[in-house]
Design a protein around this ligand. Structure first.
Ligand SMILES: CSC[C@H]1O[C@H](OP(=O)(O)O)[C@H](O)[C@@H]1O
Length: 357
């Protein structure tokens, strides 16, 4: 049984408080969009797909518990709450994508004269609920495409990979994106070893990815972020596989801070570098990575660890939560639920991919 970041049934939403992992596994209730916003902002729940799903389900909970007097009141409420949820964290595009879809959906439902107000509300709630299983299904397709491609590149032999941050069941509705590829390799007995980076300063790797890998008895070693070059120099690494928060029109990719330097080190060592993400992470409206808004997080996330100060008092910090990896460093490809694409190929395919179901 893999770990579950999100537990939902109509009228009840709980999230695993990821700030307490791995020592404490505690689910907390999310009863409305204010609580959803705070959980996303504080990173009690994080991961581009999970953020979108928890945001929308927090609105589903609120809609389920609220009566409306008109379709206009319902629409205004939905639009206001979706815009509010998008403001929690600016870099990952998935929640903005979900919000745009939610706004289009409510308008489409209102335009259908056969539907009563409560039917419209129910259909929107059902649309948000469908995100959970859809995400798991997409992640399994990403996992399969990624594993098939990487094994194809390595004569179907077991591989050693490096991954960064957390892109597993704790970043999604389940199975994961980059960690989904790793799960798929493991399921096929084709994963020799995975090295997961700590991923300072939030330590998604040390606290979350390591937790998932140990939980599922996957052969793994934790490395510090500053060990990646030595790891590639000392071991035959067949692939670096990371997630994404926003892939823009030219294939430039925003992902957890440290991804960019991992890509540079992979390039130097001739290790193929892969980004794994669903189509909901694509943003064709931004032309290149220089235009992606990078979230700056509070400096105490760098200067303290579990409340204990680990940096000199009064030192100023620079704490970007993400960086941008240029498309030309994504040498392995972008692994999606539709297959694996070189970044330049993706540019040609993106409108077809985004238009497909
Ligand atoms: C499939 S998760 C994608 C992405 O989200 C993570 O960021 P955060 O933990 O700050 O939400 C990380 O960048 C993952 O690669």
């Amino acid at each position: 049984m893999t770990l579950q970041a999100i537990r939902y049934q109509r009228g009840s939403l709980e999230i695993l408080d990821q700030l307490l992992l791995p020592e404490i596994s505690k689910y907390i209730s999310i009863n409305n969009t204010d609580e959803g916003w705070r959980a996303i902002k504080s990173m009690q729940v994080r991961g581009a797909p999970a953020i979108a799903i928890v945001g929308c389900l927090s609105l589903a909970i609120e809609l389920t518990n609220k009566e409306f007097q008109s379709t206009q009141e319902l629409k205004d409420f939905v639009v206001e709450k979706l815009d509010y949820l998008v403001s929690a964290r600016p870099t990952a595009v998935n929640i903005a994508d979900a919000a745009d879809k939610g706004k289009s959906m409510i308008q489409k439902l209102i335009d259908d004269e056969k539907l009563e107000l409560d039917e419209i509300k129910l259909k929107l709630v059902q649309e948000f609920e469908a995100m959970l299983q859809a995400d798991i299904d997409v992640n399994k397709r990403i996992g399969q495409h990624g594993a098939d491609y990487i094994l194809g590149e390595n004569n179907d032999q077991p591989v050693k990979v490096i991954t960064h941050c957390n892109t597993g069941s704790l970043a999604t509705a389940g199975y994961g994106t980059a960690l989904g590829v790793i799960r798929s390799l493991h399921e096929q007995n084709k994963l020799e070893h995975v090295y997961c980076t700590e991923t300072r300063p939030y330590n998604q790797g040390a606290r979350l990815t390591a937790y998932e890998l140990v939980h599922e008895k996957i052969e793994a070693s934790l490395i510090c972020d500053n060990m990646a070059a030595a790891c590639m120099s000392s071991n035959k690494i067949h692939a670096v596989i990371v997630g994404a928060d926003r892939v823009v029109a030219n294939g430039d990719t925003a992902n957890k801070i440290g991804t960019y330097q991992l890509a540079i080190v992979a390039k130097y060592h001739g290790v193929p570098f892969y980004v794994a993400c669903p189509k909901t992470t694509f943003d064709p409206h931004i032309k290149s990575g220089k235009d992606i808004h990078i979230e700056i997080r509070p400096q105490d996330e760098m200067t303290t660890l579990k409340g204990i100060r680990i940096a000199a008092p009064n030192i100023r910090c620079w704490n970007p939560a993400f960086d941008v990896t240029p498309a030309e460093l994504i040498t392995g490809g972008i692994i999606t639920e539709f297959g694996v694409f070189k970044p330049q190929e993706l540019q040609k395919q993106i409108s077809k991919i985004l238009g497909s179901g």
